[in-house]
Design a protein around this ligand. Structure first.
Ligand code: C2E
Ligand code: MG
Ligand code: MG
Length: 652
């Protein structure tokens, strides 16, 4: 809509009118005497009339001129009044309009806007927040189609201001909050007063998503996450760079919070991607509800989100927001009527270094998040420099571990398990080792956790199982006296949760020619109790295939006794830490005794780990412990040495 100024050229028109009157008066003065003549008959009255006619015409001319001037100035005031009233009416009118319309004042603030504009474009903001936006402010950013801000001179509003011309159909990311943009096609029309001065701007916006412009939409997708509408990783990095730049100017600090949703991949794989998407949208919404005005949230990809804190003077503020985010995960998410509980791991990196890059800062936050994840709880970890060193080291090991499998650098060591009633070898525990080309023999404690985190435990564990089964079968054939020995193999949490675990294990057994009753799988107490009902199902399936099951490191975690009773477990392995104190400290002794009697009551066998001296052995035998394992008998050893031990047929 364009309003045309009324009476634009008053001076010229008034001058012309005055000129006409002056000419008329002159003609009257010149011509009237010649019409009337010097007629001696003319009375004084006639002559007075003639003169007054002249005066009247001149006066009328002056009067007209004055009137017009007065009228004009009144008209201006009148016009102004009309404009203001018009605005008010217009406001009422546009409020109801289905179109996205707004009036921007000459000082760059939204003056009036339609409800549609509020709902569609400024949906995150309140009326007060919209009014507070300063479109001419230095830090106000509107985006070009390539995701970069418009240079000041090229901002559509400034162009309209400078040229006084209507600016049509500019595609732009219109700022609708701190680092939040809505993509629109916009038209800006300057509204002018009678003197041609701009009064304000009438703006109309069309949502890009409504225009169905595939090309434009595709371009936007390169920096905006399609699913949640949040900035994506590329764009987030850009925002962090900008924040670093501003930080240097302001001499403040900024922070990046990295958020990773725990167990999302499992859920996505089991429930399908559609449900996964639904969940991500809900998560984005909840995180957004937890952050403060001025913080920016982005989706970095998959189940990873990030929050940017600009001007972070107080570290506690970021921790507070992180806590809020964690709290928003407390209520269940609703997926097609099903409730599901999720948690997240968070890492925070804060910096005041102007030479830090956005990539470094985001990576630091990710490193801290990674650390939080390895702790296994939904906690926040704050980045410190030493983490980088450790992570670099871990990355190196991870890389080497990938190659180790192909290069056959893994070995299985065997440690004998002694049947305490007979003193004979009743079985073996297979324990993996890594023969590293530079570091020598690496114990599992240095790589199993990392293998578990990275998923490499699956191929490594599969190989160990194959190798141990092959070895067990080979010894069965070579040493008939030990044909009833059982081979124990450790299963990590991730292996334990593998789909079709039972089928895979049975396949391996079949391939190596070992009967299932000669294999015992050791699962840690924490893995079995994590998701007790799922564990019960997996263990029942394994048990029904005649595979034996042991709970490893028993006593180190919390076991629900009612579940323990239902689990089809054959053996409890008492953790070494309790055996250490056996006979020495009252508490450990009491625990070993309690576990032994508990196992008996539940009809399970007991294995004591880490027996190092004869006193411990005597004590355990007295308690009726079934199986013993420890350096007292033998350290774990290569297969050849184990074979020698079988040949010797030792009795302890
Ligand atoms: P674990 O399953 O509890 O294995 C027993 C650990 O105790 C072994 O350590 C063994 O060498 C050690 N040990 C046995 N007797 C004694 C003793 O008298 N004194 C002392 N100080 N230690 C003793 P190792 O071989 O270093 O294995 C550590 C852990 O690594 C294992 O604990 C197990 O949880 C894990 N692990 C080992 N091999 C594998 C594997 O193939 N797969 C999986 N998932 N985990 C494995
Ligand atoms: Mg074990
Ligand atoms: Mg153990």
């Amino acid at each position: 809509m364009e309003l045309k100024p009324i009476h634009s050229n008053h001076f010229v028109s008034n001058f012309l009118v005055a000129l006409c009157y002056a000419v008329a008066a002159l003609l009257w003065i010149l011509l009237v005497p010649s019409i009337i003549g010097d007629d001696p008959e003319l009375t004084v009255i006639d002559r007075t009339l003639q003169l007054s006619g002249d005066v009247v015409i001149v006066l009328f001319g002056i009067h007209h001129l004055t009137l017009r001037t007065i009228f004009h100035s009144r008209h201006k005031t009148f016009h102004k009044g009309v404009t203001t009233r018009f605005d008010r009416h217009f406001h009422g009118l546009i409020d109801e309009m289905p179109a996205n319309v707004a009036i921007i004042s000459i000082d760059g603030h939204y003056k009036y806007w339609s409800q549609a504009f509020h709902n569609n474009i400024m949906r995150e903001l309140s009326n007060e927040e919209i009014s507070a936006i300063d479109l001419f402010a230095e830090d106000y950013v509107s985006l070009q189609l390539d995701g970069h801000p418009f240079p000041d001179e090229e901002r559509p509003l400034i162009r309209a201001m400078k040229s006084g011309e209507k600016i049509t159909d500019v595609t732009m990311g219109l700022a609708c909050g701190q680092n939040v943009w809505t993509w629109v096609g916009s038209t800006i029309t300057p509204r002018k007063d009678d003197d041609g001065e701009i009064v304000d701007f009438i703006c109309s916006f069309q949502l890009i998503s409504d225009v169905h412009n595939v090309e434009t939409n595709l371009t936007i997708q390169t920096f905006q996450d399609r699913l949640t509408g949040l900035p994506n990783r590329v764009f987030f990095a850009e925002l962090v760079s900008r924040a670093i730049f501003m930080m240097a100017k302001r001499n403040s600090r900024i922070g990046v919070l990295f958020i990773d949703v725990n167990r999302f991949k499992i859920l996505n794989d089991t429930l399908g991607h559609q449900m996964g998407d639904l969940l991500l949208v809900q998560i984005a919404k909840r995180i957004r509800s937890a952050i403060r005005q001025g913080d920016t949230i982005a989706r970095l990809g998959g189940d990873e989100f990030a929050v940017l804190f600009e001007e972070l003077d107080n570290l506690g503020d970021a921790v507070f927001v992180s806590d809020w985010i964690k709290n928003t995960f407390e209520d269940p998410f609703s997926l097609d009527g099903e409730e599901c509980y999720m948690t997240c791991s968070q890492g925070l990196a804060v910096s005041n270094r102007s030479d830090i890059t956005s990539t470094e800062l985001i990576r630091d936050a990710e490193v801290a998040m990674y650390r939080a994840k390895t702790k296994g709880t939904d906690t926040l970890e704050i980045y410190d420099e030493s983490m980088n060193e450790q992570t670099r080291e871990q990355l190196k090991i991870e890389n080497e571990m990938r190659h180790a499998l192909q290069r056959n650098e893994f070995l299985v060591y065997y440690q004998p398990l002694i049947t305490l009633t007979t003193g004979k070898i009743g079985g073996w525990e297979a324990l993996v080792r890594w023969k590293h080309p530079e570091r020598g023999l690496v114990p599992p404690i240095e790589f199993i956790n990392l293998a578990e985190e990275t998923g490499l435990i699956i191929p490594i564990g599969t190989w160990v199982l194959e190798e141990a089964c092959r070895q067990a079968r080979s010894w069965q054939l070579k040493f008939p006296a030990y044909s009833e020995s059982i081979m124990n193999v450790n299963l990590s949490m991730r292996q334990f949760q593998q789909p079709n675990l039972t089928e895979r294990v049975l396949e391996t057994l079949k391939k190596q020619g070992l009967e299932p009753q000669y294999l015992k799988l050791e699962i840690t107490e924490s893995a079995t109790m994590k998701d007790a009902s799922t564990s019960l199902a997996i263990m029942t399936a394994l048990k029904s295939s005649k595979i034996h099951l042991a709970i490893d490191d028993f006593g180190t975690d919390y076991s629900s006794l009612s579940y323990l009773k239902r689990l089809p477990v054959d053996t409890l392995k008492i953790d070494k830490s309790f055996v250490d104190g056996l006979g020495l400290d009252h508490e450990s002794t009491a625990i070993v005794e309690a576990i032994t009697s508990l196992a008996k009551a539940l009809n399970m066998k007991v294995t004591a780990e880490g027996i190092e001296n004869a006193d411990q052995l005597v004590h355990l035998r007295k308690l009726g412990c079934d199986i013993g394992q420890g350096y007292l008998f033998s350290r774990p050893m290569p297969a050849e040495d184990a074979e020698k031990m079988l040949k010797q047929d030792i009795t302890w």
